[in-house]
Design a protein around this ligand. Structure first.
Ligand code: GLU
Length: 301
């Protein structure tokens, strides 16, 4: 299972990826013109754009919500100010297809936390987001989704020397850090009501710090998020490695955005066909887990 495999390897070496492993699914014909874009991506400007995307192009900038505190997925590099991670790369690919350019002024990253994703989309503060955001039926009533573009699963992180937690049932009576507005919180409420989640925090970096300093016994959220903290601090943390949910990540839009949804679904399929999804994985999550998974099929609804 891929969720397990995420923790099978904690590599320090740069991943060597075979493109062939990820190019398994159906092809769609390219609608793109032009040449390759940022960071060796093949994604190029679309030959024609639906009106809602043309509006973004005319405005000259795509606004993209992303986490700023989650290594591997969405992290603001304190030295360079660059936003790094797989979720940010999804933004770069969509911007390349809209503008045909990797000019950073065309793509504004806006920090989102778990609790404000829906509000940021529906108020128009951002056009789209990729922020470790699970597609769910409840959320489909509030926002629109493209994807999935990645499959995660909820797991548990503890201090490295804590051997008292080896699964969901061991969280009973433990003080567990989750974040407000996350599926991780509601999943845990349902799957182990004995876990003490009475004091959720705002952001996962706060939770990781709280586990490190012993204020909380554990952090429970998606394995790829936990892998980010683990790979940064392998001497401080351990991850159980037994995911107990399925978390398909979607790129999200304001509710009622059919043109944005299909444009981004097509972009994800192009990224499968031209190898860009694998490239995005290799330079981000692949630094910690070089075992490249198969890109999930998009599931338009
Ligand atoms: N994927 C889960 C969610 O969408 C947890 C991760 C997060 O909060 O960003 O709620």
């Amino acid at each position: 299972m891929r969720q397990r495999r995420l923790f099978g390897v904690l590599a320090t070496a740069v991943a060597v990826i075979t493109l062939a492993t990820a190019c398994s699914s159906s092809k769609i014909s390219s609608d793109s013109t032009g040449t390759s874009g940022a960071d060796g991506y093949a994604m190029a400007e679309a030959a024609s754009l639906p009106a809602a995307i043309q509006e973004i192009k005319d405005r000259g900038k795509l606004t993209w919500g992303v986490k700023f505190d989650q290594p591997l997925m969405g992290l603001r590099n304190p030295a360079s100010g660059e936003i790094e991670g797989f979720d940010a790369e999804m933004g770069r690919l969509v911007a390349l297809r809209i503008f045909g350019s990797d000019d950073p002024s065309k793509l504004e990253f806006v920090e989102t936390i778990s609790a404000n994703r829906e509000q940021y989309l529906n108020s128009g503060k951002i056009d789209m987001l990729a922020a470790t955001y699970t597609i769910s039926d409840v959320r489909k009533e509030i926002v629109d989704f493209a994807g999935p573009y990645f499959e995660a699963g909820q797991d548990i992180l503890t201090k490295k020397d804590d051997t008292s937690i080896s699964g969901l049932s061991d969280l009973s009576g433990k003080k567990v850090c989750v974040t407000v507005g996350s599926n991780s919180l509601t999943n845990l409420q349902e799957l182990n009501p004995e876990a003490d989640i009475s004091a959720p925090l705002k952001a996962y970096a706060d939770c990781a710090l709280a586990v490190r300093n012993g204020t909380y016994d554990a952090l429970s959220t998606d394995n790829v998020i936990l892998l980010g903290y683990l790979s940064n601090s392998p001497d401080a943390f351990r991850v159980v490695g037994d995911p107990f949910t399925s978390e398909p990540y979607g790129i999200a839009f304001a509710h009622g955005s059919p043109e944005l949804r299909s444009f981004v679904n097509e972009t994800l399929e192009l990224a499968r066909e031209n190898g860009d999804w694998v490239k995005a994985y290799a330079k981000t999550i692949g630094e910690a887990d070089p075992d490249v998974p198969t890109q999930p099929a998009v599931a338009p609804y």
